[in-house]
Design a protein around this ligand. Structure first.
Ligand code: GLN
Length: 488
């Protein structure tokens, strides 16, 4: 079935004219109709628009356009509902933007279209990307395809579940503190957080602007390399995007990994990690060693400050970014007798509990009298965390860790305890604070019934994407965990 294919396999079939782009779209829509009532990955899909794009792709294929020219020609890619797609809803899974339709394409979407992709579907997420379980969506949770009583991770839970359930060929998510890698790990797919500045944020609704990056979620590492290559690069509409040339990731991944030095941070494999996760990661490290990587222990001494630092920096930035949702310019408006009452009623009705919690926290840490004690100090600790990584990268080419301390937890298990929820991102957050790149890929399953996927995280130097892609590809090809599928 076409919906089950990877990007590279579908592209090969389309190129040989063994299948059409229209059939690929139909196959994804059929799977959505069959499983999404149970998974809940999609907030909406627009079949008419998808078929229009598919027909254009089929015409281009008939006229001889190749995948060397347009690597995603005819491939359906679904998008997290925080990334702008022209004339499609952009709700951020929030009531405040429930009826909002984007007037323009994000840069990454323009790039997908230029590469021939069929951009379809709006994927569920935690409201404004705040969360680790997709339970904070105003429109209901997404479920984990491996066990629908469990969460898929978050905030890009819809992006990960849709890929794992074969409802699309690949997807885009966003990662501010782990929101691509953590759901990828919990749903058993590959997820990539690029170096800060690698991918344009133009058209991504801002959560914490100094941490946010867009990245791919896919069925294998090759597809991640292909998507990353398409969406990367300088964009004059995002002043933080960087004028670094984009390597040919999809070609480089095949190179060997012999002699690459891999650091194992002693602060990461500690108490609180599920024994199955610990075991799977240790076996994965041994496998990487067998493939020629050299393993050495390293130290990231400020690891235990990462979660606290993140929840100051991220909430401070969120409180400023979300000020624009005031009932005047975008989305929902609840009238009041004066502007202040209008703002209060609109925001009070429009935002969910977690978003309000973050805005209040962020406003507090920035307020006069507390700014120096919290925000300023957090910025200093952020620099120390960044220096930990830069020092480690003087000795190693990449760092290997679990992506999450446990496999997917059950729906409702942590939603009443924000602190427990925040701690589930303990291994992914530092990467965003340091601005480096990271990938999560499948490295095994729990021993429970039903079995649940476990993720391995590889962290790379700033703009060292190709090194972790090579390591991930070599590991994946030698193990084959990515081929396992949930039964739905
Ligand atoms: N789970 C983290 C949070 O709740 C990270 C979210 C993200 O990366 N967008 O903020």
């Amino acid at each position: 079935m076409l919906n089950q294919l990877t990007i590279s396999n579908l592209a090969a079939k389309l190129a040989k004219r063994e299948a059409s782009a229209r059939e690929a779209v139909q196959s994804c829509l059929d799977q959505i109709a069959r499983v999404d009532g149970r998974v809940g990955a999609f907030l909406s899909a627009d079949p008419a628009d998808a078929f229009k794009q598919a027909d254009a792709a089929d015409r281009a294929l008939a006229e001889g356009t190749t995948h060397a020219q347009k690597p995603l020609l005819g491939v359906p890619i679904a998008i997290k509902d925080v990334i702008a797609v022209k004339d499609q809803p952009l709700s951020c899974a929030s009531r405040i933007l429930q009826k909002y339709v984007s007037p323009y394409d994000a840069t990454v979407v323009e790039k997908l279209r230029a590469a021939g992709a069929i951009v379809f579907g709006r994927l569920n997420m935690d409201e404004f990307a705040m969360g680790s379980s997709t339970e904070n969506s105003a429109f209901g949770p997404t479920k984990n395809p491996w066990d629908t009583s469990r969460i898929p991770g978050g905030s890009s839970g819809g992006s990960a579940a849709a890929v794992a359930a074969d409802e699309c060929i690949g997807s885009l998510g966003s990662d501010t503190g782990g929101s691509i890698r953590q759901p990828a790990a919990l749903c058993g797919c590959v997820g990539f957080k690029p170096t800060y500045g690698r991918v344009s944020r133009y058209g991504l609704v801002a959560f914490a602007s100094s941490l946010d990056q867009i990245g791919p979620l896919t069925k294998d590492v090759r597809d991640t390399a292909t998507l990353l290559e398409v969406i990367s690069g300088l964009d004059n509409r995002d002043s933080t995007s960087v004028p670094q040339p984009v390597p040919r990731y999809a070609t480089i991944i095949g190179e060997g990994i012999k002699g690459l030095k891999l650091g194992l941070p002693k602060e990461y494999l500690v108490g609180g990690i599920d024994p199955d996760v610990n075991n799977a990661v240790r076996i994965a490290v041994a496998q990487l060693q067998k493939l020629g990587a050299e393993i050495q222990e390293i130290s990231l001494p400020h690891t235990d400050c990462a979660v606290a630092t993140y929840y100051i920096v991220a909430t401070a930035e969120a409180s400023a970014n979300l000020a624009r949702f005031d009932g005047i310019r975008y989305g929902l408006r609840v009238d009041g007798t004066d502007p202040i009452e209008l703002y209060a009623k609109t925001r009070g009705t429009g935002f969910g509990a977690e978003v309000k919690r973050r805005i209040i926290l962020g406003t507090y840490v920035l307020s006069s009298g507390y700014h120096d004690a919290y925000y300023l100090r957090a910025q200093k600790v952020r620099t120390l965390i960044q220096q930990d990584f830069l020092k480690a990268f003087e000795h190693v080419d990449a760092i290997v860790t679990p992506t999450t301390p446990t496999a997917a937890f059950t729906i409702g298990e942590k939603s009443g305890d924000p602190l427990q929820m925040y701690l589930s991102d303990i291994f992914t957050i530092s990467c965003n604070l340091a601005g480096i790149c990271g990938i999560s890929l499948p490295c095994g399953f729990t021993t429970s019934t039903p079995k649940l996927p476990i993720g391995l995280q590889l962290l790379g130097k700033p703009f060292g994407e190709e090194t972790i892609l090579k390591l991930a590809h070599a590991y994946e090809q030698s193990t084959g965990w990515h081929r396992e599928k949930p039964r739905l």
